[in-house]
Design a protein around this ligand. Structure first.
Ligand SMILES: [Zn+2]
Ligand SMILES: [Zn+2]
Length: 316
């Protein structure tokens, strides 16, 4: 099968072996996949991953109870037996693999193996181009799953890219005071069009008045910037994963008693509901699309230009 494989570099393989299913896994024929900031970080060495990239996808289940139906898949493959699994924290399973990120081949391929229990059926009326956003929208819904958000909370989302846009939309359904801070006028315009306030980073004073600051910058500058915006006793939510090490003066966290919350994968059911109800708008985020066979060029474009979501058409 075809696959976009990360090894020393990233390359298209036309003869990559079909995935072999482990216990509880089913084969999914991939229809569409999305390129994410994490894929670009993996290419820079994050997690030391080697294998088929890709963790945002829609496909058709080939086997199992959902055979023949369109599905999306949660990306953490848990053992089901360890301490963390038994505590109901499968996304933190000690022995997990993660689709396209950790010891499990991903979705930039004709076929992917996914645990049946990770699959969610896509509603018939939902376009594949919408459903492919389930994983990042779920990640946005992880924020309200981790902390209470009040209508009166002043929320700043740092970053006007894919994840920043989606987090802002989810948070704007919960708070009346969401501000997206970014660097790209054309990306901020998309947020403006949704009725959410925006500002250029260069125009934002270090006011230290936000109750909640969400870092979606994908950059190691995000956390220091968040510290200049959050109020004492406020909360910084870190959605950014950066390859390599970051240095930071930690004393402000102590002095201002700032809470730092790491936030990763979220609830797929909530994301599918919101997408089905049209509560989150994703179509304007699609900036480019490529055939899977041109996946290397697609990744190159996503890496080099400030594009929003690049999709890969894998099959019909
Ligand atoms: Zn992702
Ligand atoms: Zn486990």
């Amino acid at each position: 099968m075809r696959a976009i494989v990360l090894d020393d570099g990233v390359q298209l393989r036309a003869d990559y072996p079909d995935p072999v299913t482990r216990s509880g896994e089913v084969l999914v024929r991939v229809l569409r996949a999305g390129i994410c900031e994490t894929d670009l970080q993996l290419m820079r060495g994050y997690m030391g991953f080697r294998g088929v990239l890709g963790h945002e996808f829609v496909g058709v289940a080939q086997t199992g109870p959902f055979a023949g139906r369109r599905v999306v898949g949660e990306i953490n493959c848990a053992c089901g037996h360890c301490d963390l699994c038994r505590r109901g924290l499968p996304t933190h399973c000690t022995y997990r693999t993660v689709l396209g990120i950790l010891q499990h081949d991903g979705a930039f391929a004709d076929v992917i193996a996914v645990p049946q229990e990770n699959l969610h059926v896509v509603p018939d009326e939902m376009p594949t181009d919408v459903a492919v956003f389930t994983e990042p929208v779920a990640a946005a819904f992880q924020i309200p799953a981790q902390m209470a958000i009040d209508r009166a909370d002043r929320v700043v989302v740092l970053g006007d890219g894919r994840l920043g846009n989606l987090c802002a939309q989810v948070l704007a359904s919960l708070s009346d005071h969401v501000l997206v801070v970014g660097k790209h006028p054309e990306k901020l315009a998309l947020v403006d069009a949704l009725g959410i306030d925006t500002a250029r980073l260069a125009d934002v004073a270090p006011s230290r008045s936000a109750d909640i600051v969400v870092d979606c910058t994908g950059s190691d500058t995000g956390l220091p910037t968040a510290l200049t915006l959050v109020r004492p006793r406020g909360t910084i939510v870190l959605k950014t994963t950066v390859a390599g090490e970051q240095t930071l003066a930690w004393a402000p966290f102590v002095i201002d008693e700032v809470t730092l919350i790491g936030s990763r994968c979220g609830p797929f059911d909530k994301a599918l509901e919101a997408l089905a109800a049209g509560l989150v708008s994703v179509a304007p985020l699609i900036s480019e699309r490529f055939d899977l066979s041109d996946g290397v060029q697609a990744l190159e474009l996503a890496r080099s230009k400030p594009v929003l979501k690049v999709l890969l058409d894998v099959s019909e």
